[in-house]
Design a protein. Structure first.
Length: 161
């Protein structure tokens, strides 16, 4: 089956202290509190209305530094090859990233955020508020990560992706 290409228009750019893939924290909920800014382009700023009332937001972004996708990867904290869809590895067929970050303030289209695990200069595709009653689930299973989740603290990316 042939599919037509999908095109996205960035709504902004993410500014973070992370200048290279190596050393970038993996997963924002488990990292040291690195902060940065999300610059929303002027034509999209009306969409920020009422966002300042939320303390956490999802950033959806283009993994622009990915060179090629891999369907099987050896993820961080593991020594076994896994299917990419069972991991959070960035080398995906569609290089789309998702991070939950702290929203501190919004001023003139600039969002001050914390918990960034995103490279500086990353194109932002969308923002969605975190809503506990919606973004909550019970009876969660985490597959191959069941005995590894406590290892995520303070880990940073290496050169495997």
């Amino acid at each position: 089956m042939s599919m037509n290409p999908i095109t996205f228009t960035p709504i902004g750019v993410i500014h973070s202290p992370h200048k290279s893939k190596e050393g970038t924290p993996i997963q924002p909920s488990r990292l040291q509190r690195s902060s940065g800014e999300v610059e929303i382009f002027s034509e999209f700023r009306p969409g920020l209305r009422d966002l300042e009332g939320f303390s956490k937001i999802f950033l959806i972004f283009h993994l622009h530094a990915m060179q090629e996708s891999q369907l099987e990867v050896t993820p961080y904290l593991d020594d076994q090859t896994r299917g990419v869809f069972a991991t959070r590895a960035p080398s995906r067929p569609n290089p789309i990233g998702l991070s939950l970050v702290d929203l501190f303030s919004i001023d003139n289209g600039i969002l001050k955020v914390g918990g960034l695990d995103i490279l500086d200069g990353t194109p932002l595709l969308d923002i969605k508020p975190f809503i506990p009653d919606i973004d909550h689930a019970e009876g969660i299973k985490v597959g191959w990560l069941e005995d590894k989740t406590h290892h995520f603290r303070n880990h940073q990316a290496d050169d495997r992706f």
